[in-house]
Design a protein around this ligand. Structure first.
Ligand code: FCB
Length: 448
């Protein structure tokens, strides 16, 4: 193995999620999700954009799988739409299941491994109207949905991810109000986080109980948190941010307990902790096969007495060091993030399940998209991942976010993360320069 080589068994992939690409939002018995409701509510998304059509992947999946094949990757991470698979009277929806069979057929024809996520934020709306993840019943319904999925696809899929980014599902959605359902209530948010983790544990147990022997894990979005100075108040702000962002999820999953300092902190908002029932912590910390890490940037923070929530302020990075999301480009932190998880929490294999960047891509007069900044971003992050592997780190996969430009949640179609450019008027796809670059890396397993 040369300095720039990935191990031969290392898996390169690309990632997407259902609501961001599928479209066909009301077709073949798909019921509304809270993202349909949210995106159709005035003022919630950029220019009121919705996922009604998105990349029209539901109809174009076979051409899209051919694109994935052209990228030379071994695995495709996508998500199953719960509202397509289970009807409101809790029965499997044959047409929804048939769509995913067609997708799996197509992936198999191209020898691309399927790595589905069960939940990438599209909660059935009827559950949202009963309190969504803040209601413990949702965890039970999620386990029922997973059982339907495992019965149907358990023999066709060997890599399963339960949840995508519980921090977003719970805190961004029920606390900060930026994602569906758009609530701003920290008592609800903390409860939601518990139910999401609990449902993960139940689903892992259910999977094992069915005698299926694929791999199953969860996907988190941990960040490295740095304080701007070594002053005690800044370091303390970084500790709280780390608790909020990282430890609130890593500690329960790998140590079967919530971090005490954050329990204290959240107790200002959470009147009672009786939603944590006997046996929950054991259930949610059931061993899994891998941990998915979505990584984009780091948190650079300071003590901010004016921030009512955690008294934390975030540094605005210089304009030449950010992506179109305003997120700081800081590849070294990916290395530090992986290292910290492995040193402090777990020896199970890590997968980078998302990494990538939005830039203001344009089609050039030559008809191509010259996204050199994205290439640089990907190269530097892959180099950081490689450093981790070369030091003995157990990193087995890397999925670029995203296969193609798509519906970036509340930011609508204004942010392009794709390796493939999508013209949303015509639905035509153009491989960006980064797609060709990534194909060379994936095929050669070498960082040129
Ligand atoms: C992650 C999400 C993914 C996408 C990227 C940019 O938090 O999992 O769907 O929005 O960010």
């Amino acid at each position: 193995m040369k300095g720039t080589d990935f191990p031969p068994e290392f898996v390169f992939g690309v990632a997407t999620s259902a609501y961001q690409i599928e479209g066909a939002a009301f077709k073949d018995g798909r019921i509304p999700s809270h993202w349909d409701t949210f995106s159709h509510t005035p003022g919630k998304t950029w220019r009121g954009e919705t996922g009604d059509v998105a990349c029209d992947h539901y109809h174009r999946f076979s051409a899209d799988v051919a694109l994935i094949a052209a990228l030379g990757v071994g695995s495709y991470r996508f998500s199953l739409a719960w509202p397509r698979i289970v009807t409101e009277d809790k029965r499997p929806n044959p047409k929804g299941l048939a769509f995913y069979h067609r997708l799996l057929d197509s992936l198999a024809e191209h020898h691309i491994e399927a790595a589905p996520t069960l939940y990438h934020w599209d909660l059935p709306d009827w559950l949202a109207s009963r309190g969504g993840w803040a209601n413990r019943d949702t965890a039970g319904y999620f386990a029922d949905y997973a059982e339907i999925v495992f019965k149907e696809f358990g023999d066709r899929v060997n890599t399963w991810m339960t949840h995508n980014e519980p921090w977003c599902t719970a805190f961004l959605s029920y606390g900060l109000g930026e994602h569906a359902p758009g609530h701003r209530d920290w008592a609800e948010a903390v409860r939601a986080a518990h139910h999401v983790l609990l449902s993960h544990g139940w689903v892992v147990q259910g999977y094992r109980g069915m005698g299926l022997d694929g791999k199953i894990g969860i996907v988190l979005n941990p960040n490295v948190v740095d304080a701007v100075t070594d002053r005690e108040d800044d370091l303390d702000a970084a500790r709280r941010q780390d608790g909020f962002r990282n430890r609130w999820f890593l500690d329960p999953l790998f140590r079967a307990r919530y971090p005490e300092d954050m329990v204290q902190e959240f107790s200002r908002y959470v009147p009672t902790w009786d939603f944590v029932k006997a046996g929950d912590m054991e259930a949610l910390s059931v061993p899994m096969d891998f941990l998915g890490v979505n990584y984009y940037n780091r948190d650079h923070v300071f003590f901010n007495p004016r921030d009512a929530f955690l008294r934390v302020g975030s540094v605005t990075p210089p304009p030449d060091q950010v992506t179109a999301m305003g997120w700081e480009v800081h590849p070294r932190s990916l290395y530090r993030c992986l290292k910290r998880i492995q040193d402090e929490y777990t020896a199970i294999p890590l997968y980078i399940t998302e990494n990538g960047a939005a830039y203001n891509d344009r089609i050039s007069p030559d008809g191509r998209v010259h996204d050199s900044q994205r290439i640089e971003y990907l190269r530097d992050h892959l180099a950081a991942a490689l450093d981790f592997i070369r030091e003995g780190g157990r990193l087995e996969r890397y999925y670029a976010w995203s296969l193609m430009d798509n519906f970036e949640w509340s930011l609508g179609y204004s942010k392009r993360f794709g390796l493939v450019y999508v013209d949303f008027e015509t639905q035509s796809r153009i491989l960006k320069d980064s797609a060709n670059w990534y194909r060379d890396v994936a095929r050669s397993h070498r960082l040129a």
